[in-house]
Design a binder for this molecule. Sequence first.
Ligand code: HDE
Length: 711
Amino acid sequence: MPSKKTDAPKQSEAAGTQTPDRANTNAKLQSLEADRSDATGHALRTNQGVRIADNQNTLKAGDRGPSLLEDFIMREKITHFDHERIPERIVHARGTGAHGFFQSYGNHAELTKAGFLQDPEKITPVFVRFSTVQGPRGSGDTVRDVRGFAVKFYTDEGNFDLVGNNMPVFFIQDAIKFPDFVHAVKPEPHNEIPTGGSAHDTFWDFVSLVPESAHMVMWAMSDRAIPRSLRMMEGFGVHTFRLINAEGVASFVKFHWKPKQGVHSLLWDEAQKLAGKDTDFQRRDLCEAIETGDYPEWELGVQIVPEADEHTFDFDLLDPTKLIPEELVPVTPLGKMVLNRNPDNFFAEVEQVAFCPGHIVPGIDFTNDPLLQGRLFSYTDTQLSRLGGPNFHQIPINRPVAPNHNNQRDALHQHVVHKGRASYEPNSIDGGWPKETPPAAQDGGFESYQERVDAYKIRQRSESFGDHFSQARLFFQSMSPTEQQHIIKAYSFELGKVEREAIRAREVNEILANIDLKLAAAVAANLGLPAPKAGTVQVKGSKLAESPALSQMNHPGVVGIKGRKIAVLLANGVDAASVDRLVKALEAHSARPMLLGPTSAPVKAADGKQLPVDASMEGMPSIMFDGIVVPAGKASTDALAASGLAKHFVLEGYKHLKALVLTKELATGLGLKEDKGLLLGDDQKTVDAFVKAVEGHRVWEREAAAEAVPA
Ligand code: HDE
């Protein structure tokens, strides 16, 4: 049992010094704001505060002479510049972030004593960083990859970091395999190719030799790995955690983030083209959405498993390659997160933010998931080299809003001027402060959940971690036919890039054949390999035949077409009234119409008016939009029909199954037939049908017809 200290601070005694002080939160937040520097109205100065008279010229011996070493202004400036970069993250280097808040839907005291989940009035600030895993800082946003979904809650009781992904499982079961996995997926060591992707020999060599990766690889080959937007992804805590209430009763939980925007993906062709045409596609999308007030929102929920039910599943709750199907344990909503503020400075906030799964608060605790256990060590360790020392928690973006007095001292980049003479405990010189706080129902010190451990010290994987294929099969069989085809194509594409035939064959025969023979046969056919007749192991299968929650088609979202980008194609001679009508109708649905011309120059409407455009069709190709609208106008339709650029724009949108409003002449000229999402005219009925089609994200019924259109 934890020792109870009798000289612990009373709440009143400790206010403002040691224990969490809710009243102080706003003041603390304001003090974080004080670190934001605005130079408006200020003189240019050196780091020592000296006003600078000339920022254009180095001090030289004569205007054509050598530079002088004594130029402290030039040397300070260049020295600082020379050290501007810090090491990028070893994984998840490419990312972007946003500020926001979390608000609990109610009082969840029966589940946890964590303060931020007790009070629906309480606003907890959050900072979120989304990322890809494989690529370096400058790599493309839309590559096929897992997305990081890391949330820092600045709670009154300390920071809680939920460092998750947009997929609910992981590639490996034990932390000791992480360096192997990462080395395999990273670019090949001899030529550093490929950047940002897993379509290469070392990745497939590793995963085909490590069957525990089968389930996660299936997710990575699904549409989840190419999200349309960071706003349209689910997030998962992956590991099983514990929530503990004031009575000490613990429940196992899996954390989920459900996007109000729905779960939607790019098509593979779009993802590849975007990686070249707009490397920043997803960070731009998030930034613009927040800028225009379309604040993305997620619901935080948990799947709850009472401790007594730990062993009732046909998989082990501690195995991070398994999920709990939502049909077995539904997700209980706890609260919402809204992202409503872009960072002021990317480096200071997004680059310097330091997450760690070990950052938890009273009422939350870990389990013995061996992957989670390893992560508890890794994140702090990596920050030491990335952020240069153990004081990274003092960097503004990492600083908790709760007070954090202790006896840790000095070290690189120490920002705090510690007062007091005693930096040890116990002490009598400073009255014994800072003191421990015993655990309590509320505002108590952190107490680890007391779990009895009685075992041999061994290096051994539990037998309950041994089934690697049942859930991979459940995933594949829960997909819609379209999603299944996308998965087959993704395996075929990636394995098609693998040079060593033995690796391709091993993946097909020893992994895919154990998941689903139809999947294995289809991939084998695309690779020119014989279809396997049977798997290599006995797969026990899941209790469920299907889990509809796994198909993203079943997560359409609840915000309609809010924030969806619609291209309005213009050319000289366009009917200005038609443009106006269409734009207003789309804006009424909070969509974001953008006017595109053949160039960035304004377009001359039929009535002679100049219509300024937002961009050219070349500058913003169809792959950047969710739908395309062509307003009326005979001359403009003729001009679009004669322009290769415009024709490609419309045909590509059609091929990518986007909703289109076209003029009859243009559709006929391009050989396109009306369908559920290809609509003609510009009246309200047409707009209503268009809105419905954009809501559906893609016109899936068009797939067969679109096959014949060149990419
Ligand atoms: Fe990470 N991971 N990870 N990871 N991870 C890092 O920490 C690591 C794992 C995840 O936006 C690193 O600060 C180990 C699972 C995200 O800053 C590093 C293992 C999940 C981010 C690290 C895992 C994640 C990271 C690199 C296996 C989903 C980005 C830079 C035991 C639940 C956070 C850093 C951000 C980042 C280690 C496995 C998610 C090296 C050892 C499982 C979202 O510490």
